[in-house]
Design a protein around this ligand. Structure first.
Ligand SMILES: [Zn+2]
Length: 142
C-alpha cells in the first residue's frame, strides 16, 4: 500500500464526473460543431468572406486552422440544450437560464483544448454575449 493511493482515488473521484455521458456529449459537440474551411454560405460567398457586417460570426481560426460553424446544429437553442444537460449532470443543478453564465464552471467540464471553441460559439450562436468581462445569457427563441 502506498501513501499516494488516497490522492489518486480523490483525483479519480473528480474526474469521474467528466466521464458522464452528457459531459462527454457536450465536449464532442464542441469538437464537431465546426467544420473545416471557411464558411461558404450564400452570404459569405457574395461578400467574399467579409464578415464585418455580421452580428454572428461564421468563420473562425483555431490553432492556425480555418473552420466554420455548422448552422444546422449551432443555433443558440442547440448550444443551450447540450450545455443544459452537461451542466445538470456535472453540477447536479439546473443551469440558470438568465443572467450571468458561470463560465468558470462550464470550463471545468470542458476539455481545455476546446475552450477557444466554447468562447467562439457562445456569441456566434447568440447564446451569450460578453458584457464588461461577464458572459450574459441571451433569451432563446426555441
Ligand atoms: Zn457564412
Amino acid at each position: 500500500m502506498s501513501a499516494e493511493q488516497p490522492l489518486i482515488a480523490d483525483l479519480f473521484e473528480v474526474d469521474k464526473r467528466l466521464t458522464l455521458k452528457p459531459v462527454v456529449d457536450f465536449n464532442a459537440y464542441l469538437r464537431n460543431v465546426f467544420a473545416d474551411g471557411p464558411c461558404r454560405c450564400h452570404r459569405c460567398l457574395e461578400l467574399n468572406g467579409d464578415e464585418s457586417g455580421f452580428s454572428h460570426r461564421h468563420t473562425f481560426t483555431f490553432d492556425d486552422r480555418t473552420v466554420h460553424r455548422r448552422f444546422a446544429n449551432s443555433a443558440g437553442s442547440d448550444v443551450l440544450q447540450m450545455l443544459k444537460k452537461a451542466w445538470l449532470s456535472y453540477t447536479k443543478n439546473e443551469l440558470p437560464l438568465a443572467g450571468q453564465l458561470d463560465l468558470d464552471t462550464v470550463r471545468t467540464f470542458t476539455d481545455a483544448a476546446l475552450h477557444a471553441r466554447l468562447l467562439a460559439l457562445l456569441p456566434a450562436s447568440g447564446l451569450a454575449r460578453e458584457v464588461e468581462g461577464a458572459w450574459m445569457l441571451q433569451a432563446q427563441v426555441d
